[in-house]
Write a protein that binds this ligand. Structure first.
Ligand SMILES: Cc1cc2nc3c(=O)[nH]c(=O)nc-3n(C[C@H](O)[C@H](O)[C@H](O)COP(=O)(O)OP(=O)(O)OC[C@H]3O[C@@H](n4cnc5c(N)ncnc54)[C@H](O)[C@@H]3O)c2cc1C
Length: 418
């Protein structure tokens, strides 16, 4: 009979003793999904949310893990996976779209976590296309714009990007300098954007620019519009299987009907960003889960000094520490998402979740990398890819420090950044 541990998720039959000693290194089996849930935080997840989660898990095991290392190593974009996310209705980040079934905030979080357990680039496809671009149209678009764009972006039949950051305005995106100047029948956009996911793959970009009223507005720009020039950013160490673009806007004409009517000031942009901040925390939990579960499997299978690594007390203490940190992250994202679903989540709480989870994921990944020894730097063993990818989510959608400053403003009542 086999028994399953609620902590490690491993069955008793898959114990260290099954892996014989010898001079030939075994083929380690490190990609099993162990379902780690030490505090039973996921026990109460409802059937509909779990159905989304299971679909994401099958997609990761069957379609992401078998191919992702090659794409990541080559710096290629597996656009077919973006399309599959759309086909499987995993791309939408919980944004309601006519013709699509209801998807709760919890389901969206679980999907982001699970896809991140597989790969950060694929999770970033959801963050960019569903979390940011789709949500911008849903929150700020006209009825006609919603009908034109929402189903296509949600289904992955159109690619979509969100262009806020500029080469000289990242954390202070509120001070962006791209301009929208009135002309006959619409506006001319000028300026530069940096780090724009999906900005060069052919699709539509939501461009944020400053109008003549001095406020930030949103514009829908098909990427084949004359004057829109996007270059893939090369030489990245993280998220290598999704492309970010450097975009130049040179008198890009946007007709009046492609201006987002609900994007009247930067506050509307910030509303979209706030909705996605918790998603990045979920992503961090997924990365950390992958690293922890890889470390558990490796500690059981790798033998040194005549016994499995996991038989050493200090290794067990390290695994216990990682599990404790992972449980903290899980508890935090589930509770914050409950608040989000009730409509009471505050910006400070969303920042606390991102701040806690990306920095903790970083620590878990580093610990797991070390526990795998030299094998820890090999892409095939997963941890190195996650370790690198966490560096990107630590920064995007508000750096760790900016989250700390938002939390600090809430604690002290004084803003240190405006
Ligand atoms: C892989 C990736 C994908 C991205 N995708 C997109 C996208 O699709 N669309 C988009 O619009 N943007 C995107 N971004 C941009 C991202 O949101 C910015 O990188 C992020 O907001 C930080 O801006 P920055 O890189 O210019 O860093 P900076 O703002 O220059 O910050 C540099 C450092 O200074 C610190 N700092 C800044 N201000 C302060 C302060 N007042 N006090 C103390 N410390 C401070 C920061 O915390 C950081 O440590 C992406 C970025 C990356 C890396």
């Amino acid at each position: 009979m086999t028994t399953t541990s609620p902590v490690s998720g491993l069955t008793a039959s898959a114990t260290a003793g099954d892996f014989p000693a010898g001079t030939v290194e075994p083929d380690y089996v490190l990609t099993e999904a162990l379902g780690t849930d030490p505090a039973s935080v996921f026990a109460a997840i409802g059937a509909e949310d779990r159905e989304y989660w299971d679909r994401a898990r099958d997609f990761v095991q069957d379609e992401v893990l078998p191919v992702i290392d090659g794409f990541w190593e080559r710096g290629d974009y597996p656009l077919h996976l973006l399309k599959r996310l759309g086909e499987l209705d995993l791309l939408r980040d919980g944004v309601p779209v006519n013709g699509f079934p209801a998807m709760s905030r919890m389901a969206a979080g679980l999907v982001t976590m699970e896809i991140s357990r597989g790969d950060g680039s694929v999770a970033t496809m959801i963050a960019v296309q569903g979390g940011l671009a789709l949500r911008s149209v849903a929150e700020c678009g006209s009825a006609v714009q919603k009908e034109r764009w929402l189903p296509a972006i949600a289904a992955g039949t159109e690619y979509a990007a969100f262009a806020l950051t500029e080469p000289t305005h990242g954390s202070d995106a509120v001070a962006l300098e791209s301009t929208a100047t009135g002309t006959a029948g619409g506006y001319l956009l000028n300026g530069e954007k940096k780090w724009i996911g999906n900005g060069s793959v052919g699709g539509v970009t939501v461009v944020w620019a400053r109008g003549e009223d001095g406020q930030v507005h949103g514009y829908l720009v098909p990427q084949d519009t004359p004057g829109y020039a996007a270059t893939k950013i090369e030489g990245k160490l993280a998220l290598r299987a999704i492309w970010q673009a450097h975009i130049r806007l040179d008198n890009v004409f946007v007709p009046e009907e492609d201006v987002l009517p609900g994007a009247r000031t930067f506050k509307d942009t910030a509303r979209v960003l706030l909705a996605t901040r918790l998603g990045v925390a979920w992503s961090a939990v997924g990365h950390a889960t992958a690293c922890y579960e890889t470390a558990v499997q490796y500690a059981r299978q790798r033998r040194q000094f005549g016994r499995p690594l996991g038989a050493s007390q200090i290794v067990q203490e390290r695994l216990a520490r990682m599990l404790s940190e992972l449980a903290t992250m899980q508890l935090m994202v589930v509770q914050m998402t409950r608040l989000d679903e009730e409509g009471t989540l505050t910006p400070e709480q969303a920042s606390l979740a991102k701040f806690t989870c990306t920095r903790t994921a970083r620590a878990i990944a580093s610990n797991a990398r070390d526990l795998l020894g030299g094998n820890g730097i090999l892409l095939a063993n997963r941890v190195a890819r996650h370790l690198a990818d966490i560096e990107a989510i630590h920064t995007y959608e508000g750096t760790e420090t900016m989250q700390a400053l938002i939390i600090g403003r809430g604690i002290t009542g004084t803003s240190a950044f405006s």
